[in-house]
Design a protein around this ligand. Structure first.
Ligand code: BDP
Length: 681
């Protein structure tokens, strides 16, 4: 077992009682409808039941029999009429669905659209994989987010920016791959988590990828879009803001120049001719050396709206990234603050963006560190569509060589209360659009997959991919529940194994945080590739990522009173909580404040002792993951066991390196010894 099928490996259900309880209801399936999406649903249901129950279900005939599974859209057949009377179909929307056992012996999987039926099918399969009872089923599901997107940072040469699991599944040597079978398998995995949008090229759009929107590549883009379309997923492309110059032969990309907007309109027309259901563009502009409207003295609303107008007639949208900051700042000036940048750029433009623009906002104000506060743009923007951006690929969280289950981190982001409209104004509410009554909204994340046999390098990193899609659908699910589902679906239902993997996953984020940069200060990594400890790696460069450690203390003063004022970008009472070191939560203390090493944390420890304790403790717990994994060796397929173990061994060693480097550094700076005498000199 090389992990290729991930959580859809449909293991035979060994336990007779459980299997028999399913067999009766699942002996026959009738899937009504012939669209590509419906065929995907039929194929999946049949495959899953055949493998899990050991017997292919009969295909239902017409008239539909009184028992078995009936799947289809309301209105497609009178068999759904009785069920339809019980629901307000409009409220289910385009993607909601119901799963219902009715008084007769039928089990209904129904929705308003084919896509909803496909989601119902995957949901039903999940119930069987996780050993749930299907007696008297009564499920009604509507997604919490309209847009549930995956971003790829794939380049056409086959490499992946910040990819840690092999090369691109889309491209090789400047072209699309010939055999697209793997893309189809990928679409199926995405659809099982109800992902409905995917962008397939790097936000840093180089020369070759700029041409994806030209006739040279559009025929192949169309093939890939169709594959995703079969699974209800819309395809998006990242574009270069300077495309009119780069590939269009114009001498400007000024958003207010008529020839530029005409160029984009022509480009949009071409694209939709090939890909009628094209989703739209993702744009990284004026960020990390990418071109943008600033070059022409225009703002980001000018830029985004001009492109949005070109896509609007075809139903496309612009996903405009807010990762805009000066990456050439002066590190000696403590008043400039990269954390402030996105809010400072975008809040003055609130309300000026077209309806088909969504601003894509990274979860934190910096860049996917293990711990950051939530971006104040959530709650700061009130009249603009938003999309929360997360990073599944573990750029700063161990690059898929360290175990780091990120769902708990994402849960904290979703649950964060911005107080934008009083208590309860969580990020889940703002990003989805619900809080301010916006129609568009949702969530996007940078994928962690590549062409490694098991997709993610570290098999256990598949849990992040799966978990992301589950949270995108329902941010109310708990990290434990998601982990448990994933474990059962991936490894089968085996109580001894379940508790160990659950414990490993659930502790992993805390462990990683403990042995890396402390108390929210972030960075301390090797520049460029961002792997491994280097406390001063970014300290004297222009990227705006500092800890300001000296012999007295460390941390960044972002208070309103004496610092960069960043804390003031939050609503009351959040701003007040962050403003003072007394009320600021420990885990973010050094993000918001510069304090002496002897500053007392709420935990009752000094900052310096906290650093020592967490680094000794974190590295020890990392080492212990190996023993935990070994304790279930017998219960795991050999290849998975070995490959994962190798990574855990590496992690343990590397965590030791982090511990020693960070502790030594701060001992030398502070001159304060570890209370427990663990430092060796
Ligand atoms: C950073 C990555 C960089 C990306 C950038 C982005 O280091 O490779 O291009 O984010 O999000 O995290 O645009």
């Amino acid at each position: 077992d090389n992990g290729y099928d991930c959580w859809l490996n449909y293991k035979y259900i060994e336990e007779d009682r459980l299997r028999n309880s399913y067999v009766e209801s699942c002996a026959q399936i009738t899937v009504i409808g012939e669209s590509a999406v419906m065929q995907s649903a039929r194929r999946e249901l049949s495959l899953a039941l055949t493998s899990m129950l050991g017997k292919a279900p009969e295909s239902g005939s017409f008239p539909v029999s009184d028992s078995g599974i009936v799947a289809g859209t309301f209105g497609s057949s009178p068999v759904f009429d009785e069920l339809a009377r019980e629901y307000v179909i409009d409220e289910l929307g385009d993607e909601g669905y119901v799963i219902r056992a009715m008084d007769n012996d039928r089990l209904y999987l129904a929705a308003a659209t084919d896509k909803g039926v496909l989601y119902a099918v995957f949901h039903f399969i999940r119930l069987l994989q996780t050993g749930e009872s299907i007696e008297g089923l009564r499920v009604r599901q509507v997604p919490g987010n309209g847009l549930r997107m995956i971003n790829h940072w794939d380049n056409m040469d086959g490499s992946i920016e910040r990819g840690y699991a092999g090369n691109s599944i889309f491209y090789r040597d400047g072209e699309f791959v010939g055999d697209k079978g793997r893309i189809r398998d990928y679409a199926r995995l995405l659809a099982s988590g109800a992902i409905n949008a995917v962008s397939i090229n790097n936000v840093n759009v180089h020369q070759q990828e700029s041409k994806l929107i030209t006739k040279q590549f559009l025929p192949e883009v169309a093939i890939v879009a169709d594959i995703f379309g079969d699974y209800g997923i819309r395809l998006y492309l990242s574009v270069n803001f300077a495309s009119p110059i780069e590939i269009g032969g114009l001498d400007t990309a000024d958003p207010l120049a008529p020839e530029v907007s005409e160029w984009w309109m022509r480009a949009a027309r071409d694209i939709y001719r090939y890909v009628p259901d094209f989703g739209g563009f993702v744009v990284k502009a004026d960020s990390e050396f990418r071109p943008g409207p600033f070059t022409y003295g225009r703002n980001h609303a000018d830029g985004a709206n001009m492109i949005a107008d070109a896509l609007e007639p075809f139903g496309g949208e612009v996903i405009w990234r807010c990762f805009v900051y000066n990456c050439l700042q002066d590190w000696r000036d403590r008043k400039t603050d990269r954390a402030r940048a996105a809010y400072d750029h975008f809040t003055p433009l609130d309300g000026q963006f077209r309806d088909n623009v969504l601003l894509q906002i990274k979860n934190g104000p910096m860049d996917f560190q293990v711990r950051e506060p939530v971006s104040p743009l959530f709650g700061g923007l009130k009249r603009t569509n938003q999309l929360l951006e997360l990073q599944i690929t573990q750029e700063y969280t161990g690059q898929q060589r360290h175990l780091c289950y990120l769902v708990p981190q994402w849960k904290e982001v979703f649950d964060f209360d911005t107080h934008a409209r009083g208590q309860g104004s969580t990020v889940a509410e703002t990003a989805s659009g619900r809080l301010f009554g916006r129609k568009r909204g949702g969530i996007a994340a940078v994928t962690n997959i590549g062409d490694d046999a098991n997709w993610t390098g570290h098999v256990l990193a598949q849990a992040n991919w799966y978990g992301y899609s589950r949270l995108a659908w329902d941010a109310g699910l708990s990290s434990e529940q998601i982990a448990l589902e994933w474990i059962r679906m991936t490894f089968g239902q085996e109580p001894g194994l379940e508790s160990v993997i659950l414990e490993m996953l659930m502790s992993s984020y805390g462990i990683y945080e403990d042995y890396t940069a402390p108390l929210g200060v972030g960075w301390m990594v090797n520049p460029g590739h961002h792997y491994g400890p280097n406390v001063d790696g970014y300290e004297y460069s222009k990227w705006g990522t500092y800890h300001y450690a000296d012999c007295h203390g460390l941390g960044v003063d972002r208070s309103i009173r004496s610092g960069t004022g960043y804390a003031g970008q939050y609503h009351y009472p959040v701003a007040a909580t962050y403003e003072s070191p007394e009320s600021c939560p420990d885990e973010l203390l050094l993000f918001f404040h510069h304090v002496p090493y002897t500053h007392m944390l709420k935990s009752g420890k000094t900052v310096i002792q906290h650093i020592y304790d967490t680094h000794f403790g974190g590295a020890e717990r990392a080492a212990n993951l190996i023993a935990q994994w070994d304790s279930i060796a017998e219960k795991i397929d050999g290849q998975t066991y070995r490959e994962t173990r190798e990574r855990l061994v590496h992690q343990a060693e590397h965590a030791g390196e982090w511990r020693d480097l960070v502790n030594t550094y701060f001992y030398r700076k502070s001159g304060i010894a570890d209370e427990l005498g663990r430092l060796i000199y």
